[in-house]
Design a protein. Sequence first.
Length: 105
Amino acid sequence: MYGIFLSALYTVISFIFRQVIVKFIVLWAVYFVIAAFVNALAGLVGGTSRCCSITFDPSGLSTALSQLPSEIWYWLDLFSFTQGACLVMTALIYRFLIRRIPFIG
């Protein structure tokens, strides 16, 4: 009876060390690689990065759309268009980076 419990304990311990801990270390390393790429890309596009999320300066977007009438700007501000555009750009950058990782994308 003692041998069965000991065998079950060794099976559980080997599963934890072979599967769980190895996957945790690999995904932890992937997270930090992506965070480093995002920080580098944020510097290239003129934004700032904090805690692995990019914030863009929407003033360039505002000057590009300055030809729009005030009625349209009312609705764009109501729907937080500049913040939404920043979120979309961040999501596109993350999608690009994740797909470039060979064993994930």
